[in-house]
Design a binder for this molecule. Sequence first.
Ligand code: SF4
Length: 223
Amino acid sequence: MTYKFSPSSLSLLKECPRCFWLRFNKNIKRPDTIFPSLPSGMDKILKEHFDRFIEKGELPPELQELNGEVTLFDDKELLQVWRNNFKGIQWTDDKGNVFMGAVDNILKIEDKLIVLDYKTRGYALKEDTHKYYQDQMDIYNFLLRNNGYQTEDYTYLLFYHPNKIDENGSVDFHADLIKIKINVKNAENIFKRAVDVLEGEMPEPSDECGFCKWIYECNCEMK
Ligand code: SF4
């Protein structure tokens, strides 16, 4: 049996290996929950905004501190594929398992690529906010390198959060650009662990999630 993984499905492995195992081996998925649509809407208009600057050969205002250092990746056709959630950047291991990820944007310094990801949140950044995205960014860089591209050993997260409403009623968003070091070995370890977990017995429930314990107690009560 072979598997296809994305960064979001692999984040489930971190949360609870049992839920991950059930999803891939038994096709038992967590129930859908209401998902805020603001981040998807922001992603769409940000891609359009950045594409206008690709056409002009300039950096958008949010990236002015990188002016003269980087350029926007300008192969729009390839970027369309890499952004596509069903295609993205893919790599297949020697067992036939597929690992994929869809990026938001790419910057360039000569032949080296730098992944840029947009994040929308409700409030200003905390000191450790960027840490939640380390695995995702490591995975993107691992995929690019395994497709023959050189990447810098860092990446950028561009956070937006609502700042104020101006006089004509438009909401102003504040942008923070955060540079983080990447570790492709971390991505490789995540992939190996994902396959090892799925090829093994069903793992124990996570200590941090009480639902499996709750179901067990409900079943006992009902007998
Ligand atoms: S412990 Fe929670 S997250 Fe893990 S399998 Fe049970 S319900 Fe899913």
